[in-house]
Design a protein around this ligand. Sequence first.
Ligand code: KIV
Length: 280
Amino acid sequence: MNKKITPGKLREMKEEGEKITMITAYDYPSAKVLERTEIDSVLVGDSVGNTVLGYENTMPVTMEEMIRHTKAVSRELERPLLIADMPFLSYQTSVEDAVRNAGRFIKETGAQAVKVEGGSEFFDQIRRIIDAGVPVLGHLGLTPQRIHQFGGYQPRGRTVEEAKKIYDDAQKLEEVGVFGLVLESIPKELGRKVTEKTDIPTIGIGAGPHCDGQVLVFHDLLGWTEFSPKFLKKYADLISTIEEAVNGYIEEVKSVDFPTSEHSYEMDEEILKELMDYLD
Ligand code: KIV
């Protein structure tokens, strides 16, 4: 039997030079498929907001929504490490809120770790969550909970000042005790430096090939969104597949090619005869 992946296992993989795979998921059927694959880790991202719930960005996502989606994934997921994303205002407000909300994920959902966006601004919160016994995955670079401040989704770390802050925050987050770091939308050279200069695994999304692992959003890599940033590779085209299937269904219902007798129940002949006698 395949053993449960732990945060410690991801660190071992970095040490051994084995690349780490991570993907997001938000529901039970996706988790069921992922459990059949060799994926190392699943993140219930607050990207559920824009990919599944139809929000414009991740900001409106609530703790209750994150708890519901994490529980749905957790019902099926056994082997991969399951990480829940701390949504906007679940940790920024105070250390107490941060510990309580991180604890809720562990207590109520079956997640083994949480992810927290941000660097020096949130060291206190991150330290206290870890002190409470909850493993934390950090997240630096383009942190979508700050898009209003950033003015959009452009890559980060392209000025010396910003690159230094990302690099310094990565070192400090390692000291604080995070078990890994998501690096989002930063130049590959910076991704490489952070990866080389930390002992914890870096998981890139738009951070180049030198990171210890990669993460992509489930719906993006399956071509189930129209999102097409430079860093994304689509491994399927589900929008076309679903559209074709639904159009096929519509056509066949209209032309009465569906359902055929293959998809219809039949009545036992004797019962049918009795019924016909009665109806006549
Ligand atoms: O919310 C999310 O899905 C994420 C990943 C893109 C890392 O933060």
